[in-house]
Design a protein around this ligand. Structure first.
Ligand SMILES: C[S@@+](CC[C@H](N)C(=O)[O-])C[C@H]1O[C@@H](n2cnc3c(N)ncnc32)[C@H](O)[C@@H]1O
Length: 265
């Protein structure tokens, strides 16, 4: 993929996740499993008070704030979207953890931090959207100190996707850029990570899609009653995609996986 195409995908993805539409269907927590899974990741990688943690592609900051509140660690969040970063800063102030958090705009494929600046790094439902996953993995390894811990949760696939999902909408929805768990591990291993543990979190994805389907029905009702105007948004396409997603998750074609690893040997 050329640089312009790659940049377009990042802008499109960030803009999509800043949109009102996403807010209606997902709220401020933009990954399956919600904050319970975020906290589980924190436990799996053994976060503690002294850790300097980086959340790559932090969205609106819900996970970073939750980790700071739960583990007392210092969390820096980075996201491509300026509005997401502003929302994260406001959330941290509102929740009284501004002193334990910092947020900045930036690109996962060129992290604006020094080598070895962090003890731990998380990235939720985002690695799959990065066009150059190897560069992103190398950057993650660079900013972690030797022995630092990585906790990723992400969309995974078991093989090639059906053609109807290989579209830009698929990219944005975190599906078309997803790889198999083995491919993610291979990319991370080449970038310098070791000691992998994997957990299947497919049930969290199914719950999220079920929740979106329930909300789609609610939105359809509100439109039908004239209480909501969605301009030219095609709700039936959303319902079709959600039905397809359930099918693909149940058939094991699409999943959600937690990958924990260590930086260096
Ligand atoms: C599915 S959302 C997940 C957000 C957050 N991790 C969460 O779980 O709530 C994907 C996020 O990736 C961000 N993103 C996409 N490409 C990025 C990049 N190259 N660098 C940094 N952030 C990126 C988007 O702006 C969006 O906030």
């Amino acid at each position: 993929m050329d640089e312009v195409g790659s940049r377009e995908i990042k802008i499109c993805c960030a803009t999509f996740y800043e949109s009102d539409l996403v807010r209606i269907f997902l709220g401020d927590i933009l990954h399956p499993g919600g904050l319970a899974l975020t906290e589980h990741v924190g436990n799996v990688i053994g976060l503690n008070l002294d850790d300097r943690v980086l959340d790559v592609a932090c969205g609106r900051g819900a996970s970073a704030v939750h980790l700071a509140e739960t583990f007392g660690c210092h969390v820096t969040g980075l996201d491509y979207g300026a509005e997401n970063v502003a929302a994260a800063i406001a959330l941290a102030a509102d929740r009284g953890v501004a002193h334990l958090t910092a947020f900045r705009q930036g690109d996962a494929e060129g992290l604006p931090f020094d080598d070895g600046a962090f003890d731990a790094l998380i990235s939720e439902c985002s690695f799959c959207t990065f066009p150059d996953k190897f560069t992103a993995a190398e950057e993650m390894a660079r900013v972690l100190r030797q022995g630092g811990r990585l906790g990723l949760t992400d969309m995974t696939v078991s093989g090639p996707l059906p053609e109807d999902l290989e579209s830009l909408l698929g990219w944005v929805a975190c599906i078309a850029g997803a790889a198999t768990p083995e491919e993610y591990v291979a990319t991370l291993r080449t970038a310098g990570f070791t000691h992998f543990t994997l957990e299947d979190q497919g049930h969290a994805l199914l719950e999220l899609v079920d929740e979106v389907r329930r909300k789609l029905l609610g939105v359809e009702l509100a439109v039908g009653l004239g209480k909501l105007d969605l301009a030219d948004l095609d709700l039936s396409e959303g319902k079709r995609l959600a039905r397809r997603a359930v099918e693909l998750i149940q058939n094991g074609v699409v999943g959600y996986t937690l990958i924990a690893a260590k930086c260096g040997s």
